[in-house]
Design a protein around this ligand. Sequence first.
Ligand SMILES: Cc1cc2nc3c(=O)[nH]c(=O)nc-3n(C[C@H](O)[C@H](O)[C@H](O)COP(=O)(O)OP(=O)(O)OC[C@H]3O[C@@H](n4cnc5c(N)ncnc54)[C@H](O)[C@@H]3O)c2cc1C
Length: 307
Amino acid sequence: MRVLVILPPVLSLAHHEVLTAARIIGEIEVVNIGEPYLDVMAQYGVKKVFIPETPALVTPAQVAEAVAQIAAERHPDAIVMNASFIGKETAARLAVLLDAGAIVDVNMLRLDGDQIVVGKTVFQGSWDTEAIAVRGPAILAVKPTSFEPKPNPGGYPHVERVPVELSPAARAVERVSRVVPPPLAEPSLEEARIVVVGGRGVDGDFSIVAQLAEALGGAVGATRVATDEQWADHALQIGQTGVTIAPNLYIGLGVSGAIHHTSGITGAEVVVAVNTDADAPIFEIADFGIVGDLHTVVPAILAALRR
Ligand SMILES: Cc1cc2nc3c(=O)[nH]c(=O)nc-3n(C[C@H](O)[C@H](O)[C@H](O)COP(=O)(O)OP(=O)(O)OC[C@H]3O[C@@H](n4cnc5c(N)ncnc54)[C@H](O)[C@@H]3O)c2cc1C
């Protein structure tokens, strides 16, 4: 099988997972938006890298058009990307452009003869399902933390720059400038081994969440209530409409444990909850629970850590 993987200009652990997942179904070629990290490509046995040549490749519409043109030449059996917000939108646009089937939040891949069988959970993680794309190349957006990165070193890939022509509609957005964010002092949410999450119980003061995360060397996460209230950035939202995490340790502070939230933490190894309500649903999935006010419990934990 020939698999085309889409990679952005800056790679994270999630993209190592995408490369690992893609290798399950076939030989990988990469479309790299920006200059490729050839060391990473060599680590994962990528044979060929295509760099679309066009002044602007910023929006999912532009990326989808560029990849569709390369796919028309290469005839891949599958096109694989990360299931980030941008990745999912790119997948949908590619499916329309290529008249193909798209499956997002993929958490399992296998070959059954010449068919690509795709796994994903539905109904907030309560059902595991398998699907196949019945038309065109299978467009697959891989859910972060579903595949453990496993390098498979090969030689350095052949790099080919490919001119692409974007439609006037796609060219309607131009990049004016680009700011590369400084490296995060704390681990990114999706990669952190420890995540401390604040919910409505934090009551607007996320500094207590940040203090515990910092003391433990972890990352800060939030429920949708906390992001809707703008106590925390939307990028920190965990759950069905946020990110999926699989840390060694999850600590929920003032989080009730709604299924929309807990569906994003099913991969967590140890779940700790601090909540004033002994009947809060989060205690049903918690390995350790503290019934108490987080504003009393967290300072006590911090004091104990300092000792
Ligand atoms: C389609 C859809 C998608 C959604 N997607 C997401 C998603 O991706 N992520 C997400 O998180 N939510 C999502 N939600 C919302 C979700 O259903 C819940 O409403 C939300 O997760 C609840 O957030 P919370 O636990 O912070 O607040 P609440 O449910 O209000 O819980 C607050 C908890 O804090 C406790 N508490 C209060 N004060 C204290 C204190 N001082 N100390 C300790 N504990 C205290 C309370 O006992 C309570 O259990 C979605 C909802 C829908 C309908």
